[in-house]
Design a protein around this ligand. Sequence first.
Ligand code: GLU
Length: 314
Amino acid sequence: MPSGVRGRFAPSPSGRMHLGNVLCALLAWLSCRAQDGRMLLRIEDLDPQRSRPEYARKIEEDLLWLGLDWDEGGLQAPGGPCVQSTRGALYDAALGRLKQQGLLYPCFCTRAELHAAQAPHAGETAVYDGRCRRLSAQQRSELAAVRQPALRVKAPGVPVEFCDLFLGPQRRSPAAEVGDVIVRRRDGVHAYQLAVVVDDALMGVSEVVRGRDLLTSTALQIFLHRSLGFSPPRYGHIPLLVAPDGRRLSKRERDLDMGALRARYSSPEPLLGKLAQAAGLLAHPEPVTARDLIALYRPEAVPRRDIVIRPEEW
Ligand code: GLU
């Protein structure tokens, strides 16, 4: 009997997966499978400048190599590929509902939307100072005559409470943590913060396991779910991988991307064993399959702090 839990992995096809993405995919999959849930794969290709279909294909191929399968979504989904770039009408409908509630305003600032279509990874975006929120109707119409605006949502100052699957009770203020984020860019591209909420809700996702750099976005996303009449999923934020000097490992570390890793590991089991040890699920890094780990998965074993990785040991 399926449990009703619906988990998801939602990668952006802007490069090959790297070790941090693999850890995220593994823990999202294990949490879902350990509860007999259904797993969904959604490709977050909103950003036309950074997304490439060939990366989406590689992500799928790498996930399958790792043994991390999915029950719904992906590029071969029966109703068409599960990609955000085809879902603009749904995001527009959600914007209409937010607008009706007076929650949106146009923003004419330049350079503001650099990263809006991508999830905000730590330190990439500053909280917007809200200057366009305070424009008069006349200033808005004057500016609109010369410049197409982006749309921002008014982030509430009141804290939102939720219980993180790994970190326990949280009380966070959307206004302080992320501020009035962009929900539609000036060029019409919908932003991550809106699309992720609409998709998690409409795809029936009940559990989101993702990197801790998105913890600051969660209170705002819960606010958007509620404003749109959805019930938010449960969220769990996993540790980030950092170098011994504390620097976050990222896609720039090419020797930890799946292309380089697969060239060094001829099978996934030794790699999964090392990751499972780093994630607190194994005492020693013995080779395992993803399926072997389902019985060993315990959210309380996952470290609460960032995980230090020595790239040369992988
Ligand atoms: N697509 C986002 C990323 O790859 C993940 C968003 C999320 O899990 O909410 O960074």
